[in-house]
Design a protein around this ligand. Structure first.
Ligand SMILES: Nc1ncnc2c1ncn2[C@@H]1O[C@H](COP(=O)(O)OP(=O)(O)OP(=O)(O)O)[C@@H](O)[C@H]1O
Length: 323
């Protein structure tokens, strides 16, 4: 309703997702795009990848053919070229580089570890790089939530951000991270594009991206606007092929992030206990959700559900003296 009122004032600029725009075109009285002069598509390849094609086609049908169209993305695809043919007159392509590139001030590493030790290595890295702000990417909402609980059980200030959270919870998470009240943001690819948070120092690909182009967007959350940053990609026995594809895409062989395996193994016991608590909390959280059937009102960011938080011995893991 408030959006309809805003549109009634005939704004000069409307920023929308394709679906929302279609909704207003179909249901908001008096709203149309017949006078549109400029169409801008940010993250153009994603708009197509995410099955927005039908919506985009609908929009293209109701806007003037005589207009200027801009498509932006760090990773252009053949699909975008298709769209160029379908919707553009005299298109011009403007590219910073002919191949996919990451910025020079980004130090990129990988670690090759057995899948079952991922959590332990994550905790080790967070301790090693303590004092930094981290964005950690997971492949599913569930793993994002689980890993956030695990880290909180170990005393880290971690907060999840994923598509199963309500919009207000997502904004809440983001704002806490932006305000530096939380130093670790765990996210799915919902946060891999567009977010401009200058203080992100380290991006961790906890689950390797399945689409190698997503790698470029994820690591682009750090080392922005001339700053420096680090990225560490976890590669397990199952991820070798995907990792090779990433290296091929960026045209670089990445160095290994140095780890002291004996020190990592010393963390195993506490991490295992924290995993157990995290599983319990996740189960309780799921059952509570089922009972209340109220997604929005629930503790999506799980902070309120932390009955067993910090029960793992010692709370936040301290680095040993002399290191
Ligand atoms: N010419 C400039 N000089 C200085 N800072 C700039 C300039 N252009 C952009 N910036 C800053 O760089 C940061 C990144 O800009 P922006 O978010 O527009 O990049 P982007 O290309 O859309 O990134 P992505 O698509 O990866 O999310 C912002 O903080 C912005 O203020």
């Amino acid at each position: 309703m408030s959006q309809s009122l805003a549109l009634a004032k005939k704004p000069h600029v409307v920023i929308a997702t394709p679906g929302r725009l279609i909704d207003h075109l179909e249901n908001t009285k008096g709203f149309n795009l017949r006078a549109l002069k400029y169409l801008v598509m940010d993250e153009a390849d994603r708009i197509l990848n995410m099955d927005f094609e039908t919506e985009v086609d609908k929009i293209l049908k109701v806007i003037p053919r005589d207009r200027k169209t801009f498509l932006f993305s760090a990773t252009m695809t053949k699909k975008v070229q298709k769209l160029q043919r379908a919707a553009l007159k005299d298109p011009v392509k403007c590219a910073v580089s002919s191949k996919y590139q990451t910025v020079e001030k980004l130090q990129q590493y990988y670690i090759f570890i057995p899948s079952k030790f991922k959590d332990t290595y994550l905790v080790y890295i967070l301790n090693e790089l303590a004092g930094n702000s981290f964005m950690i990417f997971c492949s599913t909402c569930n793993n994002t939530q689980r890993t956030a609980l695990l880290l909180r059980n170990l005393g880290f200030t971690a907060i999840p951000l994923h598509g199963q959270m309500s919009q207000s919870k997502r904004l809440g998470s983001l704002n806490k991270f932006k305000a530096k009240a939380r130093s670790i943001l765990l996210a799915t690819d919902v946060a891999s594009r567009g977010l401009d948070i200058p203080h992100v120092d380290v991006v961790v690909n906890f689950d390797i991206p399945t689409h190698s182009k997503d790698y470029i967007h994820r690591v682009g959350r750090t080392a922005r606007a001339g700053r420096s940053g680090k990225s560490i990609t976890f590669v397990t026995q199952y991820d070798v092929e995907l990792f090779q594809r990433i290296e091929h895409l960026i045209g670089k062989k990445l160095p290994v992030f140095p780890t002291q395996d004996d020190e990592v193994m010393m963390l195993t016991e506490r991490v295992t206990e924290a995993q157990r608590f995290a599983r319990m909390e996740l189960r309780e959280h799921g059952e509570k959700k089922k009972r209340t059937r109220d997604d929005a009102g629930d503790n999506d960011d799980t902070e309120g559900a932390m009955g067993v938080r910090n029960k793992v011995a010692g709370g936040k893991m301290k680095k040993r003296k002399g290191r």
